[in-house]
Design a protein around this ligand. Structure first.
Ligand code: PLP
Length: 385
C-alpha cells in the first residue's frame, strides 16, 4: 500500500469502500494513478465529469472567477449567478423557470421536498422501491434501500415507497395527505432501470388529476447524460419540480431545483444555503453549459450511447442477464456479483461503477469516442470469459 493510501486510511472514517488505486490526474476520458498507469474512465466521478476531466475551458472559468470573487451569498445579487440562472431557465423544461441553487444532489432533493410541502401544505411524499435520492435524512427517507436507511432511524415521517413502473400501485398510494411523488426517470443506483413511457406519462396525468406535485430527480440523468438535456424530454413529461446536480458544474459541487408553475412561490426565509449560488460554482456551470451546446453533448450521448448499448447487447456471454440503459447511462446485469469483474476491468485500465450487487454501470464522459467504447467492450468481453 502506498503512503497516500495509508494516510487516507489512518485519518479518514473508513466509511467508504475503497478501490486500491490513487488517482492523481485526469484529462478528457482518461485518469492516471500515482504510478503513471492510465485508465479509461467509465465512472467519471459518478457521472460528474461529463465534459471530461480537467477541461481547460472549465479550469479557465474557475480560475478567472476565483481571481474576481469566490463567495457571495444570495442575500446579495451577483452578475455571474444572474447569467447562470437565465441560462438554466432556458435549458429546463418549459415553465420551470424559478431556480434554487445549492451544492449537492441530496441537498437538491431536500429542497424539492421542502418546496413541495410548503406549496401544498401537506406532508406526504411517495417514492419508489429501488429509488436513490441521497444520504441526508430527508432524501434518505425517500431512498428505498433499507441498508442505507435502517441505521439512522428515526427518519422524517410522511414517506412511503411503491413499486417502480407500476401505475396502479402509485394510484392506490396517493391520498389526501400526499404532497408529491418523487421519482428518478432512470433509476441509477437502483440498477440502471429506465421508466417505461406509459408509466411516466401516466404518473404525470395522475399527479395533475389528483392535485399532487411531481418531483423528478435528475441528479444523475440531467445535463445530457441520457441523450437529451433532461431525461424527462424523452418521455414528453414535464415535472413540477426538477432536481439536478452531478454533471452540472464540471466537478465543482453544485445542485439545483427548478420549480414549475404549479409550485407556489415559497415565503421569504423558508429555505437558504450559505454556499448556494456561489460565483465560483456558477462560473464552472456556465462553462459546462457552453461546452454542452458547442459540442452538442446531449446529441453525442444519444449517438455514442446507442452504439455502446448495441455493442454490449452483442456480447454473447452466459454471465449476462440483461443489458439496458438510455444514452450514456448503461447497465449490464450479471447473473453473479460484479465486484470481481470491476477489479479485473481496473487491472486492464478500465474504470466502471456498480449499481447494486449484480449490475455493472457505465457513466463515461459524454465525449467518449466509438473507438474508446470498442476498447471498453473488448475488455469486458475478456473479463467475462
Ligand atoms: C447521486 C444521486 C443523488 C445524491 O447526490 P449527492 O450529490 O451524492 O448528494 C440523489 N439522487 C440521485 C438520482 C443520484 O443519482
Amino acid at each position: 500500500m502506498s503512503e497516500v493510501q495509508a494516510t487516507e486510511d489512518r485519518y479518514s472514517t473508513g466509511v467508504y469502500h475503497k478501490r486500491g488505486v490513487t488517482i492523481v490526474r485526469g484529462a478528457g476520458t482518461r485518469l492516471w494513478d500515482e504510478h503513471g498507469k492510465e485508465y479509461l474512465d467509465c465512472a467519471a466521478g459518478m457521472g460528474v465529469a461529463s465534459v471530461g476531466h480537467a477541461h481547460p475551458a472549465v479550469a479557465e472559468a474557475i480560475a478567472a472567477q476565483a481571481r474576481t470573487l469566490i463567495t457571495c451569498p444570495e442575500i446579495f445579487y451577483n452578475d455571474t449567478r444572474a447569467r447562470l440562472l437565465a441560462r438554466l431557465a432556458a435549458v429546463t423544461p418549459p415553465g420551470l423557470e424559478r431556480i434554487f441553487l445549492c451544492n449537492s444532489g441530496t441537498e437538491a432533493v431536500e429542497g424539492a421536498i421542502k418546496f413541495a410541502r410548503l406549496s401544498t401544505g401537506k406532508p406526504g411524499i411517495i417514492a419508489a422501491m429501488r429509488g436513490f435520492h441521497g444520504r441526508t435524512l430527508g432524501a434518505l427517507a425517500a431512498t428505498w434501500d433499507p441498508q442505507y436507511r435502517d441505521h439512522f432511524r428515526p427518519l422524517p415521517e410522511g414517506f412511503r415507497h411503491v413499486p417502480y413502473d407500476r401505475l396502479d400501485a402509485l394510484e392506490a398510494a396517493i391520498d389526501d395527505d400526499t404532497a408529491a411523488v418523487l421519482l428518478e426517470v432512470v433509476q441509477g443506483e437502483g440498477g440502471v432501470r429506465p421508466a417505461s413511457p406509459a408509466y411516466l406519462q401516466g404518473v404525470q396525468a395522475l399527479c395533475q388529476q389528483r392535485g399532487v406535485l411531481l418531483i423528478l430527480d435528475e441528479v444523475q440523468t440531467g445535463f445530457g447524460r441520457t441523450g437529451k438535456f433532461f431525461a424527462c424530454e424523452h418521455y414528453g413529461v414535464v415535472p413540477d419540480l426538477l432536481t439536478m446536480a452531478k454533471a452540472m458544474a464540471g466537478g465543482v459541487p453544485m445542485g439545483a431545483i427548478a420549480l414549475g408553475p404549479r409550485v407556489r412561490a415559497p415565503q421569504k426565509g423558508t429555505h437558504s444555503s450559505t454556499f448556494g449560488g456561489n460565483p465560483l460554482a456558477c462560473a464552472a456551470a456556465l462553462a459546462v453549459l457552453d461546452l454542452m451546446e458547442q459540442q452538442r453533448l446531449p446529441e453525442r450521448a444519444a449517438e455514442v450511447g446507442a452504439y455502446f448499448l448495441a455493442r454490449l447487447q452483442a456480447l454473447a456471454s452466459p454471465k449476462i442477464r440483461e443489458v439496458r440503459g438510455l444514452g450514456l447511462m448503461l447497465g449490464v446485469e450479471l447473473r453473479e456479483k460484479v465486484a470481481p469483474y470491476i477489479r479485473a476491468l481496473m487491472e486492464r485500465g478500465v474504470l466502471v461503477l456498480a449499481a447494486g450487487p449484480t449490475v455493472l454501470r457505465f457513466l463515461p464522459p459524454l465525449i467518449i469516442t466509438r473507438e474508446e467504447v470498442d476498447t471498453v467492450v473488448a475488455c469486458l468481453a475478456e473479463v467475462l470469459q
